[in-house]
Design a protein around this ligand. Structure first.
Ligand SMILES: NC(=O)c1ccc[n+]([C@@H]2O[C@H](COP(=O)([O-])OP(=O)(O)OC[C@H]3O[C@@H](n4cnc5c(N)ncnc54)[C@H](OP(=O)(O)O)[C@@H]3O)[C@@H](O)[C@H]2O)c1
Length: 251
């Protein structure tokens, strides 16, 4: 505990399920946590309450990562407030369910919205945060998806955006070295999330059955891996899949 005392973390999409769990875990390790949201302010406030209950400081922050100006302003606000930034967790994402064979339903507008949010956004956030992260010898942790490793997820656009995020991780690991470590977590289905709760129980059960460990990931598994990356000064450019062991995603 308290390995991150004195560090400042920004968790994008901290109003959501996985971002909320990551924010709370970072707080338990002693970090000050900035929790961003785009529309669900109440969710961000709830996460901030959990951060404070864990004994840490923090604040909420409005951020639309489709908007480059909003990104610049968000990073500026964090650095103005705390004079440093050590950890950027690029967790926020947007998706929409479009079956892969329904190519016509995946319009240019939807494609752009998914790619702007899930791929361009994390890049622009890393770019804006780079001076502060270099100064603190910090970390970027991207939250991708097993759908970026094997072709299956809510849509072709989402899968492609997450495959892009996996490679962006490697590219940024080169581009932000030697000061900043850049890694990625690619979850399969994560129990207890809004996304998992929307799935019919038989789909979730199917995922548990296919996994070689007979379980899928839990919120704590993702949050724990974030902390593990933040403890290491020798790992960068890596994507780790957390899905209970799906043979198709073992690359
Ligand atoms: N849940 C799973 O089983 C699962 C599996 C694989 C990968 N993932 C990945 O894990 C991450 C978190 O997923 P989750 O399940 O926790 O999702 P979630 O509960 O739906 O949260 C998504 C978050 O992204 C934020 N967001 C959406 N559009 C945004 C934008 N334009 N700018 C800034 N923030 C935006 C949302 O903000 P508001 O709340 O304010 O709308 C929310 O905080 C995502 O990257 C997702 O792709 C999840």
């Amino acid at each position: 505990m308290n390995v991150l005392k004195g560090k400042v973390a920004l968790v994008t999409g901290g109003s959501g399920s996985i971002g909320g769990a990551i924010a709370e875990r970072l707080a338990l390790e002693g970090a000050t946590v900035v929790v961003s949201y785009v529309g669900f302010e109440e969710g961000a406030e709830r996460t901030l309450d959990a951060v404070r209950k864990a004994g840490a400081d923090g604040m909420t922050l409005a951020l639309d990562q489709r908007d480059p100006e909003s990104i610049e302003s968000a990073i500026r606000q964090v650095v103005d407030q705390y004079s440093r930034l050590d950890i950027l967790v690029n967790n926020a994402a947007w998706n929409i369910g479009i079956p892969f064979p329904d190519l016509d339903a995946l319009t240019p507008d939807i494609w752009d919205q998914v790619l702007e949010t899930n791929l361009r956004g994390p890049f622009l956030l890393a770019r804006a945060a780079s001076p502060a992260l270099k100064a603190s010898q910090g970390y970027v942790i991207n939250i991708s998806s097993a759908g970026g490793v094997s072709p299956g997820s809510s849509s072709i656009a989402y899968s492609s955006s997450k495959a892009g995020l996996n490679h962006l991780t490697r590219c940024l690991a080169v581009g932000m070295a030697p000061e900043v470590k850049v890694n990625c977590i690619a979850p399969g289905l994560v129990e207890g999330t809004r996304m998992a709760n929307r799935l019919p129980e038989r789909s979730a059960e199917g995922a548990r059955r296919q996994a070689v460990l007979k379980r899928v990931g839990a919120l704590e598994d993702i949050a724990e891996q974030v902390v593990t990356f933040c403890r290491s000064d020798s790992v960068t450019g890596q994507t780790i899949v957390i899905d209970g062991g799906m043979p198709g995603a073992m690359r």
